[in-house]
Design a binder for this molecule. Structure first.
Ligand SMILES: Cc1ncc(COP(=O)(O)O)c(C=O)c1O
Length: 265
């Protein structure tokens, strides 16, 4: 399971679901695998989605953030019990290889990335800044007719789009909405995923080092895109554009991390 699920748009697994899955796995002897290919290394705040949400997996799969995407690398983290079963004994162990397993270039990129994440405390920053951004987007879109939900954790947030916020009427039948929206986002300088594998969402996953000023700009640009969407759907009242953004919430801004002098350092 994915602690904060990507498909469907930053769906945060509820605590009771996490507890019941663990209980079922324990009861039936099932290995619980956490897919943290997206979640891990700060994306959802903290080092892992599992630790953030109180999930105790037996195996964790990771990739993307382990090198910040600069080199291709995936890894599997396992509990001692599972790892020991693979290690076995001198004359009875699981032997397996892959051409690029333990690739030195990718591992060097991962070590450099992990060092920077640790030194600049980026997972913790993601937790704090993400909480601010989530609250800010909820405030800003509190009465937008086409925003059905704003959810997520850390720097992994989804804005769910609906035809009508009151009735929750879906936008999934709107012709070529995702293509149009992706284009609008780009035209407004935003690289976000517009995804409609469930209800249509705009996924927001900013760099963990983004400054508060840049995040403020991000919020403004998203507001502009949502306004254009409202005009396309004929659902945004004329007055909406004239209403200034509500004042930022009381969550204190978080300092930009001091930049590392160089990766080698
Ligand atoms: C949540 C999740 N799990 C697994 C994968 C597959 O990862 P990989 O391509 O490293 O095998 C992806 C790829 O996008 C993903 O987003």
């Amino acid at each position: 399971m994915e602690p904060v699920q990507n498909s469907g748009g930053a769906l945060v697994t509820p605590p009771i679901y996490i507890q019941r899955v663990r209980e079922l796995c324990d009861h039936y002897g099932i290995v619980l695998v956490a897919d943290e290919v997206i979640n891990a290394f700060g994306r959802v705040g903290g080092w892992f989605g599992s630790s953030e949400l109180g999930l105790r997996p037996d195996i964790v799969t990771v990739a993307k953030g382990i090198t910040s995407g600069y080199a291709a690398l995936g890894a599997v983290i396992a509990s001692k019990q599972i790892a020991d079963a693979f290690l076995g004994t001198d004359d009875n162990k699981f032997m397996h290889g892959s051409t690029f397993g333990g690739h030195v270039g990718s591992c060097a990129a991962a070590l450099a990335t992990l060092g920077i994440l640790e030194r600049e405390q980026l997972p913790e920053r993601s937790r704090q800044v993400g909480a601010w951004l989530l609250q800010r987007l909820r405030e800003v879109f509190a009465d937008h007719p086409n925003v059905g939900d704003v959810r997520g954790k850390g720097m992994f947030i989804a804005i769910e789009l609906v035809r009508d916020r009151e009735t929750r009427e879906s936008l999934s039948q709107e012709v070529q909405l995702m293509e149009w929206l992706s284009d609008q986002l780009l035209q407004h300088g935003l690289i976000c995923r517009a995804d409609d594998r469930m209800e249509p969402v705009i996924q927001v996953a900013p760099p963990l080092v983004m400054t508060m000023e840049e995040l403020d700009l991000l919020v403004h640009r998203l507001t502009d895109v949502l306004h254009v969407l409202g005009r396309r759907l004929d659902s945004v009242p004329a007055r909406y554009a004239a209403v200034p953004l509500p004042a930022a919430s009381a969550v204190p801004p978080v300092a930009t991390p001091a930049r590392s002098p160089s990766i080698a350092a």
